[in-house]
Design a binder for this molecule. Structure first.
Ligand code: HEM
Length: 116
């Protein structure tokens, strides 16, 4: 069984993404990056992206580098986002194993996201 299936599929990932964004958008350092963005759309994209990382359907959105181009995301902002992802997974009682798999996947994307 994939992590995606273990966690309950599409519905769970939509809820995870909503929770994640509720934390991100409350953070004063992160807020400015998201000003004027379509948050509803982002929640959807993030849900499908995380689902893909967990072995669900393939992600069909933009490459991580293209999606974050021109945002000039700092190391600190990236670390905070990773932290909120971890907090969110903990909130959903995800096992340590799955958490580290997801976090590792996020960490690998850092060079495509930071400073672009
Ligand atoms: C591992 C970390 C991250 C992942 C997996 C991720 C994932 C995504 C995804 C899937 C999208 C939508 C792509 C699409 O439109 O097809 C997106 C867009 C976006 N992300 Fe991230 N992201 C990460 C880190 C960050 C960080 C650290 C920031 C800023 C603090 C950020 C800010 C944004 C913004 C502002 C957009 C919208 C861009 C636009 O529509 O113009 N992301 N991200």
């Amino acid at each position: 069984m994939t992590i995606y299936e273990q966690l309950g599929g599409e519905e769970t990932f939509q809820a995870v993404s909503e929770h994640f964004y509720s934390l991100v958008l409350k953070d004063e350092l992160l807020m400015p990056y998201f000003e004027g963005k379509d948050t509803k759309g982002l929640i959807k994209h993030q849900a499908t992206f995380l689902a893909a990382v967990a072995g669900g359907p393939a992600f069909t959105g933009r490459s991580m580098e293209k999606a974050h181009l021109g945002l000039n995301i700092s190391e600190e902002a990236f670390a905070k986002v990773a932290f909120y992802l971890l907090t969110t997974l903990t909130h959903f009682n995800v096992t340590e194993d799955i958490k580290s798999t997801m976090l590792e996947a996020a960490g690998k994307l850092k060079s495509q996201i930071v400073g672009k």
